[in-house]
Design a protein around this ligand. Structure first.
Ligand SMILES: [Zn+2]
Ligand SMILES: [Zn+2]
Length: 310
């Protein structure tokens, strides 16, 4: 794998978090990437394996190619047919995909029967990902990490542009419905901003409103949705993350880690996170829940859970 450099963002513009969420906070994009990671290269194979329309698939492949996650090469002329391959930037999304799978598998009702299972080739067991601190190797959860805003981290710069979101959530086929709860949390600019604020320690209604700069009705609507999903628990005007909500933390941290690796604002990072117990800058790494070994893509098999249960 060749070393590639990050895309330099505009000074004062969207930061790495906004760009990442604008791109990956989209269910179709995540599903297309997931299939690419499972070996899909050709347009027709995505069409056959996903309930996706031509317009949506063409649009998403164009975005993924434009953002440098896929390359496109003609494998046939007259008519011309293309093959899409993951670049290092596209391959590096894998921890995000595994984290989403892990959260849906464990926390979303019914998904254990719907989703494939993950088998770790090294230990031979069916497993799940666990997030550790790359600096010290300790298992790390939401309460173990302290995050502060970096020089490009103002809230307004961290929220994906509205135009991008609107384009990808309506008028082009809507959602696939395969990861409905993940999509409810990160597939909309206000939802993801609210989730980020909750992880950041915000819990009063007024604070959410202030942090997001959103209309009260919008904030109230999202808080209600999050409570209905069991991600937040309300007591009056106070909203706390539940265990299910905190368990989504690896998805957010792997997303931010990917974003800040591949997109750089000239002012510096959007978010700086520190692992409280070791004091080092926090980088998320995933290990196998069964054997503790670091998870790498080639060691993980996707198996049909219902028939392959141990
Ligand atoms: Zn540590
Ligand atoms: Zn293992």
């Amino acid at each position: 794998m060749t070393e590639e450099s990050a895309t330099l963002l505009q000074a004062g513009g969207q930061n790495a978090i906004a760009v990442t969420l604008g791109l990956l906070g989209d269910e179709w994009t995540l599903l297309i990437l997931r299939h690419a990671h499972l070996g899909v290269r050709r347009y027709q194979d995505w069409r056959d394996q996903l309930p996706i329309s031509d317009a949506v698939l063409t649009g998403r492949l164009g975005r993924l190619t434009g953002h440098g996650l896929l390359t496109r090469d003609a494998y046939r002329q007259r008519p011309v047919r293309y093959e899409y391959r993951l670049t290092p930037r596209g391959l590096a999304v894998w921890p995000v995909l595994v984290s989403i799978w892990g959260w849906e598998f464990r926390w979303v009702a019914g998904q254990r029967d719907e989703l494939p299972w993950m088998r770790h080739r090294s230990c031979g067991r069916n497993s799940e990902p666990v997030m550790i601190c790359d600096g010290c190797g300790e298992r790390t959860g939401q309460r173990d990490v302290r995050s502060v805003l970096g020089p490009s981290g103002e809230a307004a710069r961290s929220i994906p542009a509205a135009a991008t979101r609107r384009r990808s959530t309506s008028g082009d086929g809507g959602a696939a419905g395969l990861f409905p709860e993940t999509t409810a949390l990160i597939g909309n600019r206000w939802s993801v901003a609210l989730l980020g604020a909750a992880f950041f320690g915000v819990h009063r209604f007024g604070e959410f409103q202030q942090r997001l700069g959103a209309p009260p009705a919008m904030v109230a609507d999202r808080l209600r949705t999050f409570c209905a999903l069991g991600v937040l628990r309300a007591a009056g005007q106070d909203y706390r993350l539940t265990a299910k909500g905190r368990a989504f933390f690896p998805v957010v941290m792997t997303l931010i880690d990917w974003g800040q690796r591949w997109y750089a604002a000239p002012e510096g990072p959007a978010l700086v996170s520190v692992h409280r117990s070791c004091g080092r800058e926090f980088s998320p790494r995933l290990v196998c829940a069964e054997c503790g070994e670091r998870l790498v893509e080639r060691d993980v098999l996707v198996v049909d859970g219902v028939r392959a249960a141990p």
